[in-house]
Design a protein around this ligand. Sequence first.
Ligand code: NAD
Ligand code: MLT
Length: 526
Amino acid sequence: MKVLISDKLSQQGKEILKARGIEFDEKTELPPEQLKEIIGQYDGIIIRSGTKLTKDALAKPGRLKAIARAGVGVDNVDVPAATEKGIVVMNTPGGNTVSTAELTFSMILALSRKIPQAWDSLRKGEWKRSKFAGVEVRGKTLGIVGLGRIGTQLSQYAKAFEMKVIAYDPYVSPERAEQVGVEMVELDRLIRESDYVSIHTPATPETRNLINRETIAKMKPSARIINCARGGIVDEEALLEALKGGKLAGAAIDVWSQEPPTGNPLLELENVVATPHLGASTKEAQDNVALEAAELMCDFLLTGRVRNAVNAPSVDEKLLERLRPYIFLSEKLGSLAAQMLRGNLQTLEVTYSGELDEMDVAPLTVGMLKGFLGHVLDSDVNEVNATSKAKERGLQVLVSKTSKSEDFASLVRVVAKSDAGDISVAGTVFGKRNDPRILRLQDYHVDAIPTGSLIVITNWDRPGAIGKIGMTLGNHKVNIADMTLGRKKAGETAIVVLNIDGDIPDVAVEELERLVEVIDVKVVHL
Ligand code: NAD
Ligand code: MLT
């Protein structure tokens, strides 16, 4: 396993990689062409915000399976392109929350007391005390747009300074807002009432230019805007106009629509405080995110465990331990259904019953899709891209849960509906040994091991049928490892499922098909 570190990473992260036996190369500031050429030689890549993993950079992914972003924002990664290639994208939220919230509050104070401007003037030999008279923050209203990790942390600092805090975040529940102790308001009210408007949302199409000419026009002329989130959320042209025209008292900017903001006219203004994207630039934050990114990468490459993924379900370790045998079973059931299917698939119905009713079954559905699509598609299907590949093909996947589960503690059932009829398969995991079993094939009750090569034979339930099947296989030196029989009614149709060692030659399949007792033969590989 080998990892590429393509942005400057704190030593602590590198120590983790070494300790866990993962080799790495550190190559920073690679030109895009060079990055594209070498990226496929690595199993994983650890980045900060400098590396741009565009669709083009990911065009030849080779061995690449994972991207770990030491930081929060993944706007420098083309996540849909990574997903399409089956590459998991993980980030390290939380590690730089305090640093960014502290920078934001420093910005509020620096703006209010004009600290950078005063320092600059003093260095020029001036002594202009009245020019740099400021305002207190106590009693003022801070409007937080985006009450996530950083917004919440900032609200606590503001309260300690006796500010009134209001927030706008359409995705925060009233219970959460109450816990944080912040009044939630509509954006319009926040804009009109705040003395300071601080942005803490992600950069999304929805938040692009969220603060624009129209919103700025509603703000108090004494108000100040702070953006330590992402460039582009505040319309820089509109901001410039307002600051120049006295429609706003000031702005503090850490993040820019283009970084570095070379030649940006906002940098010329007296009422602007600016930093070069320093939110997470503290020793503590860099150690935190490097350590976490390295751990995420090692866990994924060494154990397959996915955490903090933005394009795959993340599951708690304990739950994953419990789910692992069911994920395995679901993948095998998906694969079995795909191989048994005839005609054009219309819908996949998955039902989780019994104990599974209580659990997060998303990883099981992903496993089932991986197993199913792995037999249908030409390209590689894995846990990361299975869901998006199903969507791309317009495959309807209907998932349901029930606490009732026939005779078993739990059951996973997959029904693949096609224009040529349905295929229904179901299974469970037995006991403490985590023994996965196929228990239903169509309406037949069976008990088969879902691994290796299986022969599924539908036959007439007549004396001697099983003997003839066994004899045919024996003649072709096919060894039966396990066998299960199922029938609905004596003398009617029945099913035989055989686990065999190795494979079965085509000629043996043809001979089986010619037996008068045999209706259908299917060979599946699980
Ligand atoms: P977070 O995911 O914890 O919080 C984001 C919040 O924004 C969420 O509560 C979400 O509900 C809310 N939100 C989403 N869309 C919204 C909308 N349209 N209107 C209002 N609220 C909306 O993220 P975080 O860790 O708090 O990070 C916040 C921002 O700060 C991100 O953009 C992140 O990239 C950036 N960041 C910058 C630096 C820096 O160096 N300046 C460092 C860390 C994070
Ligand atoms: C982040 O998204 O974590 C910050 O912007 C810091 C960084 O760019 O690394």
